[in-house]
Design a protein around this ligand. Structure first.
Ligand SMILES: NC(=O)c1ccc[n+]([C@@H]2O[C@H](COP(=O)([O-])OP(=O)(O)OC[C@H]3O[C@@H](n4cnc5c(N)ncnc54)[C@H](OP(=O)(O)O)[C@@H]3O)[C@@H](O)[C@H]2O)c1
Length: 520
């Protein structure tokens, strides 16, 4: 047999059952992380517990520093107390004394105002004391901007005016979503970022991409030769992506009521999933190879005019209802939401990707709040066999469906038909499934999304972070929908009870094409 893939040796099947697993330990260079907004909600819920976990798990180097930067007056000791409380409240790790001792001595605090140049001078001095030279002879400094977006211009200005972007320190900047609220604001944000940092210093974070099962989509597609030949318009009838949440807006009314479902979930999470499932094979696993392919997908999504949007998108807002046996309030009754709010909390849509692989294949996307359960799934619905040999005798004729489960119960299911045992000719649907937790029991540690992304940033790997052109291309897909929805108004809101799968028109969107939504 020929060695037909250059560089890939022929398989030794005797050894192939136990693939060598790369050790989880990653060699991180000494670094200093400055968390702007180090006392805020995101820092307390996610960043600080994750950093503690990384330290407890021995993933951080001996030399590192974490500097919380916020406006309130605090000493280093008082800040450490806040960090300890956050880790205890929101983290998964017990704050054992030896571990806490090791972590907390690296934590300190700078009190300052984002719009005050003296605060940045103070930060500069602190960095000079703390930043350590690594093996490349550089001092790695990471700025995590865990602040509401309106503070960003002040921070870029402050960093830049005190030579904190380039120069003595080798810096990277991590920016939280949302990246603008439309194309125009995203371009402006990128312009401001670009004035202070080069693109290779910028890490636009979307924690969704840190999820193990989201990353697995690429591995599944491109490391298994049996599916990729079928992954096109010849064999696939349509694709569905569902991102359903049973929760309402919790305490996010201020952000959510001005953003709505398209900015909150579609512009980022859903389009990211769409690109991973539909992109062409990248020529390598480096950041830009993958990001290039994603951008191509966004650019080939068919442009949606007003008429198309009216026909093929569905918007909704939840009313009162019952979830898990509990009565829940309508969106307009949530704390902080105006009683006549027209903000959509549900989205469904049919889109086309006009390229050679996908021409004519509909992609049905839906997401919403207060749906019956929390589930994220991608299902690939294959075409029926061209000849139905068993059609006269078979009552059940279900197509093959491949389901990529992102959450919960992460895994992969292939839905196939087999002959039902007996003297008749009945086709019977069964599932072949792989479940991460059950099938890899004992072998797996599911990193928290921020764990993976923070480590990648410390390493300088941008693969899972969005690039400027990608962000703008995503806005160019959703902006027309947001604008048309705003023009059309929402006279029938609320139009779905909490605990249901959205407005009836979402079902109708597929029914009129002889299809239906599936959750497996
Ligand atoms: N919260 C989440 O779970 C979550 C999830 C995903 C993304 N995000 C994004 O993360 C970002 C931060 O959200 P957040 O909820 O953490 O915000 P937040 O709770 O309002 O925190 C704001 C932080 O900024 C500091 N601050 C405010 N004004 C300041 C000023 N003038 N000068 C210096 N410091 C000032 C506050 O410190 P003091 O209180 O000491 O003033 C606080 O540490 C947002 O872009 C959000 O969209 C949040």
């Amino acid at each position: 047999m020929a060695d037909d893939i250059p560089g890939v040796p022929l398989a030794d099947y005797s050894a192939s059952r136990s693939c060598e697993i790369t050790p989880d330990r990653i060699d991180i260079e000494p670094f200093t992380m400055v968390i702007f907004g180090g006392t805020g909600d995101l820092s307390q819920r996610k960043l600080l517990p994750t950093l503690f976990h990384l330290c407890a798990d021995q993933n951080l180097p001996d030399e590192f520093s974490i500097i919380g930067f916020a406006s309130s007056d605090r000493t280093d000791e008082e800040y450490r107390e806040l960090v300890r409380e956050a880790v205890e409240k929101y983290g998964n790790d017990s704050v054992k004394s030896e571990c806490w001792e090791r972590f907390s001595r690296h934590v300190c605090y700078v009190s300052g105002q984002f719009n005050n140049v003296d605060s940045y001078r103070k930060l500069f001095t602190r960095l000079q004391e703390l930043a350590k030279v690594n093996r490349k002879g550089a001092k790695d400094v990471l700025y995590y901007l865990a602040v509401p977006p309106h503070f960003l211009p002040d921070i870029f200005q402050g960093l830049s005016s005190c030579r904190l972007c380039k120069g003595e320190f080798d810096t990277r900047v991590i920016v939280e979503k949302p990246f603008g609220s439309d194309m125009e604001t995203a371009i402006e944000l990128n312009r401001l970022l670009g004035a202070s940092f080069d693109e290779n210093q910028i890490y636009r974070i979307d924690h969704y991409l840190g999820k193990e099962t989201v990353q697995n989509i690429l591995f599944f597609r491109f490391a298994n030769s049996i599916f990729e030949p079928l992954w096109n318009r010849r064999y696939i009838d349509h694709v569905q992506i569902t991102v359903a949440e049973s929760l309402g807006i919790e305490n996010r009314a201020r952000f959510y009521d001005s953003a709505g479902v398209v900015r909150d979930i579609v512009q980022n999470h859903i389009l990211q999933l769409l690109s991973l499932v539909s992109m062409e094979p990248p020529i390598g696993f480096e950041a830009d190879y993958i990001r290039n392919e994603k951008v191509k997908v966004y650019r080939t999504i068919r442009k949606m005019d007003e008429e198309y949007i009216d026909r093929f998108t569905v918007k909704g807002q939840y009313g009162r209802g019952v979830i898990g046996g509990d009565d829940v309030a309508a969106y307009r009754e949530e704390k902080g939401v105006a009683s006549g709010s027209t903000t959509p909390t549900f989205f469904a849509c049919k889109i086309y990707i006009d390229n050679w692989r996908w021409a004519g294949v509909p992609f049905y996307l839906r997401t919403g709040k207060r749906l019956p359960k929390r589930v994220t799934e991608i299902s690939i619905h294959f075409k029926q066999p061209p000849l139905m040999l068993f059609s006269s005798a078979c009552k059940v004729r279900e197509p093959n469906v491949l389901v990529l489960r992102v959450q919960p119960q992460e895994g992969i299911v292939l839905h196939i038909g087999v002959k039902h045992p007996g003297i008749g000719n009945q086709l019977y649907p069964v599932n072949m499934s792989f479940n991460y937790e059950e099938d890899l029991q004992g072998d797996v540690h599911f990193p928290l999304p921020y764990e993976r992304l923070l480590l990648d940033c410390m390493k300088g790997d941008q693969t899972l972070f969005a690039r400027q052109d990608g962000i703008e291309a995503m806005w160019s897909v959703v902006d027309p929908i947001i604008q048309q929805w705003e023009r059309a108004g929402a006279p029938d809101f609320p139009n779905y009870p909490s605990g249901t799968w959205g407005p009836g028109s979402a079902e109708e969107l597929l029914h009129r094409e002889g299809r239906q939504w599936h959750i497996w």
